[in-house]
Write a protein that binds this ligand. Structure first.
Ligand code: ADP
Ligand code: ZN
Length: 331
């Protein structure tokens, strides 16, 4: 069992990581409160049953799986379901699922009755190492991934690595895309562990990954500056993801983005080995113009300039303001 504190001002919370934790959630949650589980139809029913047997559950709202679930329409549906269940201000929402459910539930929690509490129980690797940490919640719009969202910190994050046993392999590898990103940004233990050991325990990978993300989030909670280094590979990655209509998964798309942004660096061969190890892609077959259509919509563009994030060498990330068009040289 591992505990990580996230001391965000007025919103301090804990991340608990432990195999089998889902069977003992009452240890971490206030058993006097009422909860509503929000999940998707791929999440094994036994997880819902395990949680429901330990705390007061007023209801469960089940969405279809997939990125298109993160929509305005579903945020509205979710809100109406909460009304139907007569959820009041002291309800606690439980996000039980991958990043899609975490983002949608967090977004609903941030707007329902002007804000109610929520708990993250991430069940995909990507959500465990990345999206459940840091308080960014969002839905997609027709034109932009995460085009509408909020900052909303959870009461706590409960991670049970045993849930990964039912996660399809492609989604497991997808999460490794973000793990590799964290490893490159940090360049220390996680990076050495990934390239050194044939077997590096997943619990340790999750723990190290979160420590790296936490350190950066705490320096810049509202994503005004340094937190942007977490977007390494994401400018190109988001464009590929959207151009593919989300058929290329997020972790896959940023793998391509990281590989392209690492050209002319000393670590590129190591990155290639790591990406290959987890069957992650390194190239795409869209036109440069089709990707630029998305890149020009980047949220951080001011005066035609965009943030370019590179990693000089593992542990040494760099953010530069550059003309939007100069991203083309990497495409
Ligand atoms: P991500 O977590 O990568 O952002 P999703 O939320 O879409 O993306 O989750 C990826 C897919 O894996 C979804 O189809 C989701 O229903 C499914 N999933 C998530 N966690 C588990 C799990 N522990 N067991 C089985 N399927 C899961
Ligand atoms: Zn990402």
């Amino acid at each position: 069992m591992k505990i990580i504190n996230v001391p965000i001002k007025n919103n301090e919370y804990q991340i608990n990581i432990g195999k089998g934790l889902i069977k003992g959630v009452s240890k971490y949650l206030d058993t006097k409160r009422n909860y509503i589980i929000i999940t998707d139809s791929n999440i094994p029913k036994e997880y819902i049953a395990d949680i429901s047997s330990k705390i007061n559950i007023k209801g469960t709202v089940v969405f279809p799986p997939g990125e298109s679930t993160k929509s305005f329409e579903n945020a509205e549906k979710g809100v109406n379901e909460l009304h139907k269940l007569q959820a009041n201000k002291d309800i606690v929402l439980i996000a039980l699922g991958g990043g899609v459910i975490g983002d949608l539930t967090g977004f609903i929690a941030s707007i329902y009755l002007r804000g109610v509490d929520f708990v993250q129980i991430p069940t995909s690797l990507l959500a465990q190492v990345d999206s459940s940490i840091g308080g960014k919640v969002a839905i997609n719009t027709q034109y932009m991934k995460n085009g509408v969202g909020n900052f909303k910190q959870p009461l706590c994050v409960l991670i049970d690595p045993n849930t990964l046993e039912t996660l399809p392999k492609r989604h497991y590898n997808n999460g490794m895309g973000e793990v590799i990103k964290h490893a490159l940004i940090d360049g220390k233990e996680l990076y050495k562990g990934l390239i050194g050991n044939e077997y590096y325990p997943i619990e340790e990978i999750i723990y190290q990954s979160i420590l790296i993300k936490r350190e950066i989030v705490l320096k810049d909670v509202f994503d005004n500056n340094i937190r942007n280094i977490l977007n390494f590979g994401h400018t190109i990655g988001h464009a590929i993801e959207q151009q593919s209509n989300y058929e290329i998964l997020h972790g896959e798309a940023i793998s391509i983005g990281m590989y392209l942004m690492s050209k002319n660096t000393s670590y590129r061969d190591t990155l290639e080995l790591l990406l290959n190890k987890f069957s992650l892609p390194k190239s795409y077959d869209y036109s440069v113009d089709s990707l630029m259509k998305f890149i020009v919509l980047d949220k951080k563009i001011v005066n035609n300039q965009i943030n370019k994030i590179t990693i000089k060498e593992p542990g040494n990330p760099l953010i530069e303001r550059v003309k939007i068009g100069s991203i083309k040289e990497y495409l």
